[in-house]
Design a protein around this ligand. Sequence first.
Ligand SMILES: C[S@@+](CC[C@H](N)C(=O)[O-])C[C@H]1O[C@@H](n2cnc3c(N)ncnc32)[C@H](O)[C@@H]1O
Length: 455
Amino acid sequence: MNLSVKSRVKISYSLYQNYIDIIESYVSDYYVENHWNKLPESWQSSLRSASMEQIAELLDLKRPVTKGVFPLSLLCLRNIISSIVISRDSIVVDSHDAHPDQSFLKYFWKNVKLKKRHEIEKMAQICYDAASKTNCFHIVDIGSGLGHLSRMLAYGYGFKVCTFEANPILSSLAREMDIQFENQLESKSIPHKGRFETKHINKIIDSDMHWTSFLNIVTKAFDENRDYFKFGIVGLHPCGNLGSKLLELYNNCPNAVFINIASCCYMKLTLVEEITAGFPLSNYCKENGIRLGYLGCEIACHAIENYVEKLKRQEDYCKLKIHAYRARLEEILVSVDASQAVVVDNLVFLSGVLGMDTNMKLVEGGTAAEARQALKNIGHILEAAGSSYKNVIKNTVMLNDIKDFAAVNEVYKEFFKKDFPARSCYQVGKLPLEANVEIEVIAIVGNARTVESKL
Ligand SMILES: C[S@@+](CC[C@H](N)C(=O)[O-])C[C@H]1O[C@@H](n2cnc3c(N)ncnc32)[C@H](O)[C@@H]1O
């Protein structure tokens, strides 16, 4: 089926909406929230008897299903998905003089995960095209991670490369990998262009870094004359707001003659009108009301190939069990926290408490209702510890969405009327059981007094 990208997006979005329960969930939720029961019965019975190999085959959209008998509805969904995915295999390699030697590429890809190959190949080609047009073969790879792209640019295309990486472990691993890679290429007499040693700089590009400081570091790393020196900037998935910072540096620094960035990961996609952080989805998505939830964005970062490979190989399959262990741990934590507290001398520390009723289910009614129930639960735990709301000295409120702060604050005032405890409030990535709020408390068994700072 020859579908346009827009049609693929439209169909994907309708599948996303129909299967949101399964898509918008971590693997651990599958166990904790019993997603199995949400599958149609016919799917359950065929999947229950399928071997790991058969499930791997079902997930591997590149090949037909040859083993096992699956319900038509499941196979039909598989067919629709196969027809809309844009395969990572469809790499069109432009041939030009500088393209790395085939033997080099064969060797290089051995160390790189499948999902990274396409982007590294494309990014390197685009850098080379930009470099040829600007006659500038110095490049700065920012947020370089393990340095796969910088290694391709240096050894495959002959760029002089310097990298910036915030994580010192990744910087030094990148250096080690360079040395190892170069030694292997030399020992096997594989042609390469790595004539210059890549400088891996362990440094954070702060959001307030001035372009002149950036330029100083780059010129020093390349040991170049500042006035004549030109370079390009490359960023492959710069996370957080690093991508927009790179655009700002490029915009201001006259020595930066080209920039090539491949946005951040899906986690930072945003649809808000006034973008202060993250990256916008396309206008097409915006105009057609296409919205992805937080989990939908995160799931988009997972590569199905990894799961297929792990299911196929018995020894790797065991690694998938980590999700089951994590889920069990989550269940244990959730089931014990409603009555768990530790008393040390005259202090009582409560675990995070959710708005759960006696059936261990979250109460209905949203954040305010959950907060009220959580605070009631806290009252019972405090009482059991010989304490009370009046003796609470510190509250930590964790919210799924910080916008709910005002609603929780209203409920909070029902329980804490004067001599307010110290309090912190955070928006967190995800709370157990998809809760909207969790509250953690420290109280004393005795009398508390408040302190006003002069600051
Ligand atoms: C999503 S990873 C991408 C790594 C690599 N470019 C790749 O695609 O495999 C982003 C990397 O940027 C680094 N990073 C994030 N913020 C940074 C900053 N402000 N300055 C330098 N590095 C940063 C992180 O440590 C991480 O290694």
